[in-house]
Design a binder for this molecule. Structure first.
Ligand code: FAD
Length: 387
């Protein structure tokens, strides 16, 4: 067992931390104020700096580093805000990796180099009005007709919708019910028949677009099939095990960023004539926060490390996500409390961390659904939720 990072990893982490703290702190505040996503210029800048597609194979323009390396960078950006970390999430653990692992070579060559150059931003669209936790109830259809795929249906809650240039859309590709009929198709934003609903106003996630997607006889070429219904859903869920580690890291970043911020605050803020860190109740809270943050980081890194060059296990990724989602809500809540009125004031950005922390425990499968995954892995069988 090895618990320390390599010199290269420490250097990568330091570069990411310095860039994120110095360049993105003010940008994050601005995004929180306007609600506008990160601009295309920043995407390009991230790509130039090597923060996009960190773990994408070099032959597709990525850096070819490990999943763990990507998560180290992601945490540093997530400490600043979810919105500024979003392009790293999507390109390193999100739909880009599903394409890299499972799509045909033509689609990979078309999409991945553009993502890694910062020219193309991809979102994933799974949920539907009647298919949230019960994802396998989704009804959006993709029918193959000669040399095209034709999609019809409507999707919900897609993060990045309306902003992203491309979408990996989960859809029903055969008559088989449940998981067996599900595949995924890549659709470009400007394809005729694709449209978006109004931008949602969420509790957090400011600067990460969210909207419904409507598909009305949307036609794409066959090579846009990411996975077909023949075992496709299983593959999508395997790729999702990595996305879970990314979601967990976003949660971790809210908490570790909160901890760093509050650690400075308690040494500066004085009451009763001394810094508030001198009060034992504050010390206890800080220690509890640190224990939770450290435990979350270890669980995430274990899942990523044990996966090697492959994808993490459902058990380890679900344990990491579930623990980190719950931990993040607790730790950011404690940080708000320790900062008193300043914690509750938007100006100081702490309440944003709490609002975002809450969202990560719903996005990517709720906390309770992760617990079902964990128990299911423990006994080695799936639990039927329907009867
Ligand atoms: C911030 C945010 C970002 C998101 N981004 C995306 C995205 O990019 N792409 C995308 O496709 N979707 C996205 N989603 C949607 C997300 O995946 C769903 O919201 C989530 O899976 C839950 O589905 P639901 O909202 O329909 O809740 P429901 O499934 O209706 O669940 C409601 C409650 O019931 C509980 N519940 C449901 N079934 C069970 C069960 N069998 N056992 C125990 N409890 C159960 C849940 O845990 C939850 O607490 C996002 C959501 C949020 C909040």
């Amino acid at each position: 067992m090895e618990f320390s990072l390599t010199e290269d990893q420490i250097q990568l982490q330091t570069t990411a931390r310095e860039f994120a703290q110095k360049e993105m702190t003010e940008v994050a505040k601005e995004i929180e104020h306007t609600g506008n996503p990160l601009s295309d210029e920043w995407f390009k800048k991230y790509a130039e700096m090597g923060f996009i597609g960190i773990n994408v194979d070099e032959k597709y323009g990525g850096l070819g580093l490990s999943n763990l390396d990507a998560l180290l960078v992601l945490e540093e950006f997530a400490k600043v805000s979810s919105a500024v970390a979003w392009p790293i999430f999507e390109s390193c653990v999100g739909p880009t990796k599903a394409i890299e692992h499972f799509a045909n070579e033509e689609l990979k060559k078309k999409v991945l180099p553009e993502v890694c150059k910062g020219n193309l931003f991809i979102a994933v669209s799974m949920s539907e009005p009647n298919a949230g936790s019960a994802l396998t109830d989704l009804v959006t259809s993709a029918k193959i007709e000669s040399d095209k795929v034709i999609l019809n249906g409507s999707k919900r809650w897609c993060s990045g919708a309306g902003h992203a240039h491309g979408y990996v859309i989960y859809c029903r590709m055969s008559e088989e019910p449940g998981a067996k009929g599900i595949g995924a198709v890549y659709v470009e934003k400007d394809t005729p028949g694709l449209s978006f609903g109004k931008q949602e106003e969420l509790m957090g996630f400011r600067g990460i677009a969210s909207a419904d997607i409507f598909l009305d006889n949307v036609e794409v070429p066959l090579e846009n099939i990411v996975v077909d219904s023949n075992g496709g859903f299983k593959k999508l869920m395997e790729a999702f095990d990595l996305e879970r580690c990314g979601n967990a890291t976003m949660s971790l970043g809210q908490a570790s960023g909160a901890l760093e911020q509050v650690l400075e605050y308690v040494q500066e803020r004085e009451q009763f004539g001394k810094p508030i860190i001198d009060f034992q109740a504050v010390q206890m809270k800080l220690a509890e926060m640190a224990m939770k943050v450290e435990a979350s980081r270890l669980l995430i890194h274990r899942a990523a490390h044990n996966a090697g060059e492959g994808l993490p296990s459902i058990f380890e990724s679900s344990v990491g996500k579930c623990f980190s989602n719950e931990m993040s809500r607790e730790v950011t809540g404690m940080a708000v409390q320790i900062m008193g009125g300043y914690g509750y004031n938007k100006e100081y950005q702490m309440e944003r961390r709490l609002r975002d922390a809450w969202g990560w425990g719903i996005a990517g499968g709720t906390i309770d659904i992760q617990k079902i995954n964990i128990a299911s892995s423990m006994v080695g069988r799936r639990f039927n939720q329907r009867n």
